[in-house]
Design a protein. Structure first.
Length: 116
């Protein structure tokens, strides 16, 4: 589960809950509830945690990343491939769609309120 991975990575890097909470715009108690799995991290939080913890989103979800570097004849990188589970990609895309729907609904509501 993502909350377990976040906690493990945070502790291994000796980063405090207070610091991450502050960076996410939460208080320590709110952050702690997410890290304990009581509340799910939202998409924006996952992306920000990925940056703050210097870990890929796949790592946060506990997915193994396979990186293959092929070299061309001149010794440079020919390409790179990172394997991410289809389920992770589906979850991420669904959350993005949900976020877009919420933004659209709120935009309509704002228009209604400002036109009155």
């Amino acid at each position: 589960m993502i909350h377990n991975r976040v906690k493990t990575i945070r502790e291994s890097k000796k980063i405090s809950q207070d610091f991450l909470a502050s960076e996410l715009g939460l208080n320590q108690s709110q952050y702690s509830r997410r890290e304990n799995g009581e509340i799910k991290f939202d998409t924006d939080e996952v992306l920000k945690l990925s940056s703050l913890l210097e870990a890929s989103v796949a790592e946060l979800f506990g997915q193994e990343s396979a990186i293959f570097n092929n070299h061309n004849q001149k010794g440079g990188n020919f390409g790179q491939y990172i394997s991410v589970s289809e389920k992770l990609i589906e979850q991420y895309e669904k959350r993005l769609l949900d976020k877009d729907r919420i933004i659209e609904l709120l935009s309509h509501k704002i228009e209604e309120l400002t036109s009155k």
